[in-house]
Write a protein that binds this ligand. Structure first.
Ligand code: URA
Length: 237
């Protein structure tokens, strides 16, 4: 059960103060009945709440797929250059945050959610959620370097876990990790004498980047994608 004013304010569309004023004017109905008392408790799973004639779309958690462009940081700090600025303000009001970090110059799939427990599981090394990146590197690497990357390399006091590498050519391929150390892929390529020149995350725990999204565009996850993500995090429905 949730207080009516919190229920409406949680959707990010209006403040609690404005909810109170609207209720006084009779602009809010709960299950068809005008609501005067915004402190009343309602069943968030079944109540049909209308605010100014519009059905209030309350959800406990939201899940967004963003095709992150270069030049944005994966954080919720107050700055014009955070990925949250690419989403409508409602998502910040719903306390969404990026699930993990991509470097400022890395592009591609970023999940943004307010589901803290799920994000925690996806990022926990215990659950081994796989993240796949498409890369360009220079100079080219060969099978010997790819094998080293797969087996694990020392990136400065830490030996990476096994990974998968698919070479498309010496300068281009896919790499799949189950962990996410700071600048991990860049440091792994440096450890084998190469350098990453382009990095794009294309998959996160079996959810693939929707290639119809241009950089900077986003959409909410479909039910199937969310189910896949929960599976990758070891959560059963
Ligand atoms: N590895 C990196 O080096 N950078 C990223 O953004 C992600 C993985």
């Amino acid at each position: 059960m949730l207080r009516l004013d919190k229920y409406i304010a949680d959707t990010g569309t209006v403040s609690r103060k404005d909810v109170k004023a609207a209720a006084k004017k009779g602009l809010i109905t709960v299950n068809g009945i005008p609501a005067k008392d915004v402190s009343q408790k309602i069943d968030e799973n079944s109540a049909k709440v209308y605010y100014c004639g519009q059905l209030v779309n309350w959800r406990k958690y939201v899940y967004v797929m963003l095709n992150k462009p270069a030049g944005y940081i994966s954080s919720t700090e107050e700055s014009d250059k955070t990925v949250m600025r690419l989403l409508p303000e409602e998502y910040s009001k719903m306390e969404c945050f990026p699930c993990g970090r991509l470097d400022i110059d890395t592009v591609g799939l970023l999940i943004i959610t307010n589901d803290g427990p799920l994000a925690h599981k996806l990022l926990s090394p215990r659950h081994h959620a796989e993240k796949t990146y498409y890369y360009h590197c220079s100079p080219a690497i060969g099978n010997a370097e790819a094998e080293k990357l797969c087996e694990g390399v020392d990136i400065g006091g830490y030996v990476t876990k096994t990974s998968k590498v698919e070479l498309l050519s010496g300068e281009e391929g896919y790499i799949t990790l189950t962990e996410g150390k700071f600048h991990q892929i860049k440091r792994m390529f440096e450890a084998v004498g190469s350098s990453i020149t382009y990095l794009k995350r294309v998959e996160f725990g079996t959810v693939k980047l929707d290639e119809s999204l241009s950089e900077g565009e986003w959409r909410e996850l479909t039910e199937n994608e969310l189910e896949a993500l929960k599976k990758a995090a070891g959560e059963e429905e």
